[in-house]
Design a protein around this ligand. Structure first.
Ligand SMILES: Cc1ncc(COP(=O)(O)O)c(C=O)c1O
Length: 395
């Protein structure tokens, strides 16, 4: 037995690597975890070291042993050249975009992107002279027809926020790279465990660590990783913003990282079981879950992903708002709230019609987004069963 990290971790499976990545007990007096380093000032031993900022760390915003533990582990997991940490998932997206686009550039954004990403693009990026255009997430290699000489980046998200459409990320990447532009992906749903972003052609990948990395609904964090080509620009932009998270949140994320594979497997299995149960309900018109064989994105999911997480949607048959409110208001186990990825089950209503611009979203009835947690599935189904009875009674 040794208290040093295993040699050549690439030969191990992802769960093994997740347990060992980014920590070295031999450098921590044998303690298993890297402790929380709190600090702004880093002292240099000599004038010459200070002059050349020589040393592993030079200032708190650039990194500490605690943040380095997480960035090293995440880069290994994602297959990236480097990773930066931000105080939220949305901040991770903004750093990714700011690393690539400048005034006068054209940016293509999937119509299925996380809504606050759109708000940032339509607000800050437009204000700084970036031309933002939304595209149909199902475009695939057809993205070529939308690329201009000024296109610097294409933002993808698979499956899409709320709508859960799949995107052909490798096909999009091939066409976009041939034109010298970058592919930026919000990979929060899958995490690099279920979709290795850089191996599939993504240049800059974003993860809201707030979700499955935390697993506890108790912290906000973002991770942005880049391949070798885009790492210098990403790192530079991160240093310019100095938008770094607090050390306790990074420590909690490291703790979450060690159990993420196990939790994701359970969320995925529970989510799929619930999706199948919902498919059989007479109140449900469609279930939006790419791991279901009936889903239009299933073939892409099967080809590119190695599993599913616990987040998916349903479209109900037509029902008035009061009936949906009756379903939701009486739930005992499902919480109603934004975010997801924690141990608890959640549900929120959604309506993509209110913000989509490049595609038409025409649902049969109201939409509900579910996050399936770690509770006993039969208890969750009983909670929803009672909810559906309230929905029917209020029709
Ligand atoms: C797909 C997706 N990306 C990014 C984010 C942003 O993460 P955060 O809440 O940490 O800003 C969210 C949050 O809900 C999300 O659902």
């Amino acid at each position: 037995m040794s208290n040093s990290p295993p040699r050549d971790p690439a030969r191990f499976g992802p769960s093994t690597r997740l347990v060992h990545a980014g920590r070295d007990p031999s450098a921590q007096h044998g303690f298993v975890n890297t402790p929380i380093y709190r600090g702004s000032t880093v002292l240099f031993p000599t004038y010459d070291d200070l002059k050349h900022r020589r040393g592993r760390f030079d200032y708190g915003t650039s990194g500490t042993p605690t943040t380095e533990s997480l960035t090293t582990a995440w880069s290994e997991l994602a297959g990236a050249a480097g990773t930066v940490l931000t105080p939220s998932g949305l901040a991770a997206l903004t750093v990714a975009l700011m690393a690539v686009v400048s005034a006068g550039d054209h940016l293509l954004v999937s119509d299925s992107a996380y809504r606050p990403t759109r708000i940032f693009c339509d607000g800050v990026l437009k204000r700084f002279g970036v031309e933002v255009e939304y595209y149909d997430p199902l475009v695939g290699a057809g993205i070529g027809a939308l690329l201009r000489d000024t296109t610097k980046a294409v933002l993808v998200e698979a499956p899409g926020s709320q709508s859960f459409e799949m995107q052909d990320v490798p096909a999009i990447s091939e066409v976009v790279h041939a034109r010298g532009a970058a592919v930026i992906m919000d990979n929060t749903w899958a995490t690099p465990l279920l979709f290795p972003p850089h191996a599939r052609g993504v240049d800059i990948a974003v993860e809201a660590g707030t979700k499955y990395l935390s697993g506890g609904s108790d912290l906000l964090l973002g991770l942005t990783s880049a391949n070798a080509q885009y790492w210098p620009a990403l790192h530079r932009t991160f240093e310019h913003f100095a938008m770094c998270p607090g050390p306790e949140d990074v420590f909690l994320a490291l703790r979450g990282l060690r159990t993420m594979a196990l939790r994701l497997r359970e969320h995925g299995a529970q989510g799929l079981a619930m999706a199948r149960w919902l498919q059989a309900r007479p109140e449900v018109a469609r279930v939006l879950h790419p791991a279901l064989p009936e889903d239009p994105g299933h073939a892409l999911w099967k080809r590119d992903f190695s599993g599913a997480s616990g987040l998916f949607g349903v479209i109900l048959n037509p029902a008035p708002e009061r009936a949906v409110a009756a379903l939701l208001d009486g739930l005992e186990l499902f919480g109603m709230g934004f975010s997801w990825g924690g141990f608890e089950s959640l549900v929120i209503p959604f309506d993509c019609r209110t913000y989509r611009t490049a595609t038409t979203w025409a649902p049969e009835g109201p939409g509900l987004r579910f996050h399936i947690g770690l509770e006993d599935i039969s208890d969750l189904q009983a909670d929803l069963d009672a909810g559906f009875a309230r929905l029917r009674a209020a029709m």
